[in-house]
Design a protein. Structure first.
Length: 184
């Protein structure tokens, strides 16, 4: 009789142990986020100065007085509430400059939303002014559906929609106003 009870007890212990292993779940992410509010950034950087290099050459320098890291969100992003200055360098080391009062970089889409007094000044002296501008870093394309002023060496074009590659080789100002030079 004593042997049957011992056998039943070992079966019960085995079943409980197996049940415990199968009931455990991977909650490492939950443990990481303990004490972090969903509405708060996971990190804050002051006097942010980021240099991006490729093949030993500096390609971009991003400067901002404050960056908020929301990479703890399902749709992660980095916010620059006090604006940015971005220097971009091409293969010949020509510098173009992007400035805005506010910026937000969405990680999953590689889309950057620039807002407030947005200015892009190219090394060719072309300048774009806008209140809001989007940059698609996957396609190297900038666009907006808000009013813009596009200054070239010969023209000042006002428009309500802008679409271009980052070199302004394929710049389109839609619904334009102002004086525009046209070749015969």
């Amino acid at each position: 009789m004593l042997q049957i009870k011992t056998y039943n007890l070992s079966i019960i212990v085995t079943v409980l142990t197996v049940a415990m292993f199968f009931s455990c779940k991977d909650n490492f992410k939950d443990v990481q986020n303990m004490g972090i509010s969903e509405n708060e950034p996971v990190g804050i950087a002051e006097n942010f100065n980021y240099k991006y290099t490729d093949s030993g050459k500096i390609r971009a320098v991003l400067i901002s007085s404050r960056m908020l890291d929301f990479s703890n969100r399902e749709f992660d992003y980095f916010e620059f509430p006090e604006g940015i200055t971005l220097d971009l360098f091409d293969d010949e080391n020509n510098k173009s400059v992007v400035v805005s009062d506010y910026a937000i970089n969405y990680g999953k889409t590689n889309l950057i939303d620039l807002q407030g007094n947005v200015r892009i000044m190219t090394h060719k002296k072309d300048t774009l002014f806008a209140e809001q501008l989007y940059y698609d870093s996957d396609k190297n394309w900038i666009f907006t559906n808000k009013p813009v002023i596009f200054k070239t060496a010969t023209d000042i074009i006002h428009g309500n929609i802008f679409d271009s590659d980052t070199d302004f080789n394929k710049a389109n100002v839609l619904d334009p106003t102002g004086n525009i030079s046209v070749e015969d």
